[in-house]
Design a protein around this ligand. Structure first.
Ligand SMILES: *Cc1c(COP(=O)(O)O)cnc(C)c1O
Length: 466
């Protein structure tokens, strides 16, 4: 029954997918990036704009061949860089369905089905994360945009409370709220502050403890010295250590203020709430006013998907709604919860993942990744050349060669190709960060990766001794 205009092309896409997915467990994980070349070789493989067309099926074959040298096995089982999820098969399948159905989730009238999926999935996510059922959920490209949405809602509400309509009047001359962030706030919070006109440099920074958690006692003292509305940004899941701010204590402090808003960036860490074994790490998160959580990280849907969750639906709608004579958009339409107008049916893969896993399966996924991270930490800590720097409370492991250069070690690990780890600067010195966020990673993948890391560390130590 297939349409011959689509069938051969989709076959080629399917063949590419089969080859790529089957290669993930075994291919070298990273790709060397030559800064001098800056992508020129890959761009050259794609060539110039053709004057004449090419048959559709050949386009896909040509692309598959041209891209191959630059593809990175980020969805594979031994990619531990950044915080990178893979794609659950069910989520990938649903993503294909979203692309084939090609629905626009700007307004209910454009796709009642895709709108219903967003609404139901948003409610499921609130339930799963233990957040208030009255919250609105906007499906964004990722946590960066979810942070923008949450802080935009906060900006609107805090200024409206003192009689200032920021949407109409802008920020010039406004009684701008004081923004307070943790010393380890994610770079995307700073970017959101820039985009929203708060200015990243004007935020008051609360010092952190030795795992990167905001110090609630210092927050209390700082707030005591600040007059007027405050916007406090907490965090669940510090990108290096996985540590979560003491959200209950932070919420206690914020609750003493009249005009105050608490935003929690829980891009990956908020998923701890879905696990009975890890829920205590984010206790108090439910007391916030807005939250950011990613789906393409720990929930393992394909890129891209994050969620902006806001308790005050009216503030969110006021901050995000558009209107025009030709648009039927009302406050209840999905585009009233995000900056975009037209959008793909991004919630469908999230829905499929949650339907497939169930509450128990999400908890199991979170717990399995945490168990694997602890395994990695134990095996790494057994090495005389390596030092594990953090309490592995979640899925992040921070490790440093005792004498060697962490960045050189990461480069050697990447050249070996067994696994890929990122680097960071922790307490003023470079370190390796190892994040376990993929559904397909096994204990054997961890052992194999740790063996490769230890071998690279041994080489580095040996080279120094010579
Ligand atoms: C990854 C991350 C982000 C940004 O997420 P994107 O989905 O890449 O936009 C924001 N905050 C935290 C804490 C993160 O870990």
């Amino acid at each position: 029954m297939a349409d011959p205009r689509f069938d051969p092309v989709l076959d080629r896409a399917r063949r590419f997918a089969d080859d790529w997915l089957a290669s993930l467990p075994d291919r070298p994980v990273g790709r060397p990036v030559d800064d001098a070349d800056d992508g020129a070789a890959l761009r050259a493989r794609l060539g110039a704009l053709p004057e004449d067309g090419t048959p559709a099926d050949r386009v896909l074959d040509d692309l598959a061949a041209a891209l191959e040298p630059g593809l990175v096995a980020t969805p594979g089982p031994r990619y531990f860089g950044f915080v990178t999820g893979g794609a659950l098969p069910v989520a990938l399948g649903a993503d294909w369905m979203a692309a084939a159905a090609d629905q626009n989730v700007a307004a209910r009238v454009m796709s009642p089905a895709a709108t219903a999926v967003e609404e139901v999935t948003g409610a499921w996510v609130l339930d799963l994360l233990g957040l208030p059922g009255e919250c609105a959920v906007g499906f964004t490209t990722g946590a960066q945009m979810a942070n923008v949405v949450g802080l935009a809602a906060a900006r609107h509400a805090l200024l409206a409370a003192v009689g200032w309509d920021v949407g109409t009047e802008g920020l010039a001359g406004a009684p701008v709220p004081t923004v307070v962030i943790g010393a380890h706030a994610h770079s995307t919070i700073l970017q959101a502050l820039r985009l929203l006109g708060f200015g990243s440099g004007r935020a008051v920074r609360v010092p952190a403890d030795d795992h990167g958690r905001m110090r609630a006692d210092v927050l209390r003292d700082l707030l005591a010295a600040i007059d007027g509305p405050v916007l406090v940004c907490g965090q669940a899941g510090q990108v290096d250590t996985g540590a979560c701010d003491p959200l209950d204590a932070v919420a206690d402090v914020v609750a003493t203020r009249e005009h105050a808003w608490l935003h929690v960036d829980g891009a990956f860490g908020l998923w701890a709430a879905a696990s009975p074994a890890h829920r205590h790490l984010v206790a108090g998160a439910e007391r916030a006013d807005s939250w950011t959580v990613d789906a393409h990280k720990w929930l393992n849907v394909p890129y891209d998907c994050g969620m902006a969750i806001v308790r005050d639906r009216a503030a969110l709608t006021a901050a995000m709604s558009t209107s025009a004579a030709y648009l039927p958009l009302a406050g209840a339409d999905p585009s009233s919860r995000v900056p975009e107008s037209s959008r793909r049916a991004r919630a469908l893969p999230v829905h499929a993942a949650l339907r497939h896993l169930g509450r128990a399966g999400v908890a199991e996924l979170v717990e399995r990744c945490c168990t694997l991270a602890r395994q990695a930490a134990e095996e790494l800590a057994g090495d005389p050349d390596l030092e594990v720097l953090n309490d592995v409370v979640l899925n992040q492991v921070l490790v440093r060669p005792r004498d060697g250069d962490a960045r050189e070690l990461a480069a050697a690990i990447a050249r070996d190709g067994t696994c890929w780890v990122g680097t960071t600067v922790w307490q003023d010195r470079p370190a390796l960060r190892f994040s376990v966020s993929n559904w397909s990673t096994t204990p054997a993948d961890i052992s194999r990766s740790v063996a490769a890391i230890r071998a690279a560390a041994r080489d580095q130590a040996g080279t120094r001794a010579e």
